[in-house]
Design a protein around this ligand. Structure first.
Ligand SMILES: [Zn+2]
Length: 259
């Protein structure tokens, strides 16, 4: 049986499968404090995409999971050791090459699943570069999806954090408990800005991560549980599956995704 996971399929299964939509996870490998492994974003991203594809295909979608990219954009992590990173332009070019290859394979609908906050801006810029390189109505439709942010807020997550906090520890307790250092659970501080107006809404800058989260993780992780992690992963996978089902069923026209 074909399940839509490219890494697990033969050429005959891929030919029979005739995918309608392809999902590509954009992960990252970088430090996540004393509790979590470097691979945290990769494991989470890969798990959500895999579960989302399986769930969608159980409901008659034809979604194909592309291999999750392990290395992303971490230019703001340079002060920490072995924060794996590609330049912004390299990440963009990799994605553009993959989009072109998928178009050559006849794919018109592509979802990039963003599993790392540092990749978001590069992916958005790539989507614009992709549209710019093709005449109107030509080329694949590409969108970016990620975990709905409201999932990782109270009441489910008691102490939200943007890196290595309760939600990420919970997800990893669910996915790879063997890699979580429970003996190092604690509260990891956030850096304080000297220019307070920079934290106001509507202002953007690239935060040097060693100043923002000096331990390479931030927040109180003591309330992390595998059950919270399961609900976060499954909630994100259901959200992605819904998108894949709708994209898969929608008829392709030159006006796609409009009527
Ligand atoms: Zn992370």
């Amino acid at each position: 049986m074909s399940n839509g996971i490219l890494m697990e399929m033969t050429i005959e299964q891929v030919r029979q499968f005739r995918p309608e939509v392809v999902v590509l996870g954009s992960g990252s490998v970088e430090p996540h404090g004393p509790v979590l492994p470097y691979g945290t974003d990769y494991w989470q991203c890969d798990a959500v995409v895999r579960r989302g594809v399986l769930l969608a295909n159980q409901q008659n979608a034809r979604a194909l999971m592309y291999p999750t990219l392990p290395v992303g954009n971490n230019v703001n992590f340079k002060a920490f050791p072995f924060a794996c990173r590609l330049r912004v332009q390299t990440l963009m070019q990799m994605l553009l090459d993959i989009f072109s290859a998928l178009e050559a394979d006849g794919i018109r609908k592509i979802v990039v699943y963003c599993g790392h906050g540092g990749n978001t801006d590069a992916i958005r810029a790539t989507l614009r570069a992709h549209v710019d390189a093709r005449p109107p109505g030509q080329g694949a439709f590409v969108c970016m999806a990620s975990c709905p942010p409201e999932l990782a807020r109270p009441p489910l997550v008691e102490h939200p954090s943007d890196h290595g906090g309760e939600s990420e520890v919970s997800r990893m307790l669910h996915l790879r408990e063997d890699l979580v250092r429970k003996d190092r659970f604690g509260v990891f501080p956030f850096g304080k800005l000297s220019v307070e107006a920079l934290s106001a809404g509507g202002v953007y800058f690239v935060r040097p991560w060693d100043r923002h989260v000096p331990a390479s993780a931030g927040g109180d992780v003591r309330k992390a549980t595998p059950e919270k992690g399961r609900r976060l992963i499954e909630g994100a996978a259901e959200h992605l599956a819904d998108l894949l089902i709708q994209l898969s069923q929608a008829e392709w026209t030159d006006a796609f995704p409009y009527e």
